[in-house]
Design a binder for this molecule. Sequence first.
Ligand code: NDP
Length: 607
Amino acid sequence: MPTRKFADEEVVMGRWPGSVLYYEVQVVNYDDRTHLYTVKYKDGTELQLKESDMRSVSSFRFRKSSSSSASPSRRSGSRSRSRSPGRPAKHKRRSTCRSREPKNDTKNMIGEPNLIPLKLHENNTNQYNGEPDITEVVNSSRNILERQRIGSDLEIDRMLERYSLHSRKEKRQDIYSEEIHFETPKPVGKICMKTKELEFGGKIGAFFMIFLLPAAVFYLLLMCKQKDPSVLNSPPSLPAFESLWETRVFGVFLLWFFLQALFYLLPVGKVVEGVPLLNGVRLEYRINGFYAFILTSAAVAISLYFEMELYYLHDHFLQFAVCATVFSVVLSIYLYVRSLKAPEHELSSGGNSGNIIYDFFMGRELNPRIGNFDLKYFCELRPGLIGWVVINFSMLLTEMKVQHQNTPSLSMILVNSFQLLYVMDALWNEEAILTTMDITHDGFGFMLAFGDLVWVPFLYSLQAFYLVNHPNEICWSTAFAIVALNILGYCIFRGANSQKNAFRRNPKDPKLAHLKVIPTATGKNLLVSGWWGMVRHPNYLGDIIMALAWSLPCGFHHILPYFYVIYFTGLLIHRETRDERQCKKKYGLAWEKYCQRVRYRIFPYIY
Ligand code: NDP
């Protein structure tokens, strides 16, 4: 029978995952099977920790005031209080105190981390896994005295170097501009979390989404086939079931899927590490999406050369959508079943509620892999995204045939080019997907499987599908205006995503040295200038602007081709609130500071 060191409700010091900092936590319970404690931080965050990441409070030495020149807040004893990541601003006495520092203090100053870590007793430091203790880095007015206490400037300098904490040589006006770099998070062992806060309307919402999402796809595709695709018309009648299924179409779909899988497995392109997961592990990913795109283009060119009719795709569009839906359902069932055997620490924090419907929808396993084949990463960018371009191209050819034109219409060219640029950009910058929510947070279940394999290729191509039977002529000046809008959206979208990706990959990248950051307790910093200082999700803003540019070539006769921009705006607003919630949990007080500093979420001065 395993013994446990800490009792329920006991207050102890718990290590914040991925960092070397310890905070006061209360033991909620202990799992005899996994030997993990569920603990609650002061900001309400609940995590599971190993016993080795917990210490008794008495084993920590709380810093005492060491000087008569200590700041008022220090005299009042506030230093001895630990801070959880989400401690409310009203407790931020040290910042207040620091703002009173004389501005002409030319002595070397050291940036103060926002959260005060506590230090283990010297005789306990050998239990500290040899990891750095940054307790000695204190605010500017105390540093000179600290230096005397420690003994020599040399020692301080060594320490600064060791913890990458730079001297603040220049007077800085802005609290956010402190250059504080934390160590890269180290593996802290197994961490798993039960999902308590359910998203998408919880179990009932997830249940309905499983049916509503496919229904929406078929409704929109059927509407688009109508001569008058007004949404005010009564819904088109359902085609006979037999007409929706064709084994040959399913064969073509499987061929497509496995051809993309083959391209994915080709040993070309570099292998990179993803961002550290919550348990510190970094998975490896092969970056060869763009090669897959080139090979696919060559395959399409060859098929055209041999006069294979790409109209087949348009003519069997509904059947293809049915096949992709069936495939994504089967894949989701497989993913759910295999997740039941997955180790707890490989489960996603958002899809582990214990409710079968909810977890099936959200995805239990974070990064399901068959050997090195990462199923989620593959589905995110390959079959659906490249498929979308091929579908668009087939619509372009069909339009020429149906409308008896020698060249495609300007509207169709714009839609195809814009979306081709978007897909090529995603594949060219494939590495950037490794820092997105889909990869780092969301499990792989029905939501992503259906989204990647059905929603993206069959609904994102709605404008091209619409134009085949509902041509819309536009003049050159209108076309230029739409192109300009798309370029604007693209610059914002690409600039923001690249900046965050570069920063997450290497926070010390000299090219990003000019950017201001907010340090957080997890060891990661938050950008607070550049694109990420404009709004909290500049990449969403750029994406929405582009979405509008993709719909405009279809004219204003019907709302159907605007489905994408309307739905996408809703999706990104919802996604932003989800991300906001997660970031608040992850970064606590630092995130609140970021929100104070960057007030608007997506649209400057509006939202
Ligand atoms: P983001 O790429 O915006 O990732 C959000 C994460 O970025 C946060 O969880 C946080 O993670 C990090 N972050 C947030 N703020 C900051 C900051 N100030 N400084 C540094 N890091 C920060 O989200 P998505 O994954 O949702 O989107 C990625 C792209 O994909 C976007 O351009 C989006 O528009 C697009 N997209 C497209 C879809 C489509 O269907 N076409 C669907 C969904 C998204 P951490 O701190 O842990 O790194």
